[in-house]
Design a protein around this ligand. Structure first.
Ligand code: SAM
Length: 204
């Protein structure tokens, strides 16, 4: 799928579905918060959530006192929904609507978080663009959450790439050292289970 069709897909998802109607919704993204806090950087660390959609992660990061948060997503509608939910607190966040593979950052990020966006990149070209952007623009830490080899083959009707510890480590080995990986079962709003792998990395 090209970038414009991909954007249309996601705009349509966020125009037509509420959080309780999509599989990835989490009330509290505890694993993501635990990884981000485990890095031990101060609250002034620059944190970016890649493919953040209308995830509640930004709400909890704000609540915990993080001061430099950016949320990036291909869908404008997703970001608008998050902004509406946050009300005036949305002004404290940088919002970037772009395809991650076309992202041209104007600053670097100390913590790069991605839950269930990287795995939608299924061509070698898309994956290498993502890795290149991550390598150039992350100062210190990254945490990636994708469907595991025991997880679903699709998400939101789209093909995804499943990963395990070895394949994630291999993809980023040039500039990142893997710190820790865990797998976890995510319970969807429909009471089904999806197996994720989360890995954290430190820049060399
Ligand atoms: C499965 S949802 C996960 C949302 C959020 N990270 C969470 O955990 O709740 C995938 C998100 O990635 C976004 N996305 C998909 N492809 C993207 C791309 N190429 N660039 C930026 N965002 C993308 C979608 O709009 C959607 O918000």
């Amino acid at each position: 799928m090209n970038s414009s069709d991909n954007k249309k897909h996601w705009e349509n998802v966020y125009e037509t579905k509420n959080p309780d109607q999509v599989s990835w919704t989490q009330k509290k993204p505890q694993t993501s918060l635990d990884f981000i806090n485990s890095f031990g950087l101060g609250k002034e660390a620059k944190v970016i959530d890649i493919g953040g959609g209308d995830s509640n992660l930004v709400d909890f990061l704000l609540e915990e006192g993080y001061e430099n948060i950016t949320v990036l997503d291909i869908s404008v509608k997703a970001l608008e929904k998050a902004q509406q939910r946050l009300g005036s607190k949305a002004d404290k966040v940088n919002w970037i609507a772009t395809d991650i593979t076309a992202f041209e950052p104007t600053e670097t990020y100390d913590i790069w978080h991605d839950r269930a966006a990287f795995h939608f990149l299924t061509t070698p070209e898309q994956v290498s663009k993502y890795i290149d952007i991550a390598e150039k623009n992350i100062t210190t830490f990254m945490v990636l959450g994708t469907f595991s080899k025991n997880g679903p083959a699709k998400c939101s009707g789209l093909d995804i790439q499943q990963y395990d510890e070895e394949s994630l480590s291999e993809k980023f080995k040039e500039d990142f050292e893997m710190i820790q990986c865990i797998t976890e079962d995510h319970t969807t709003p429909f009471e089904t289970t999806q197996n994720f792998i989360f890995c954290s990395f430190k820049k060399h």
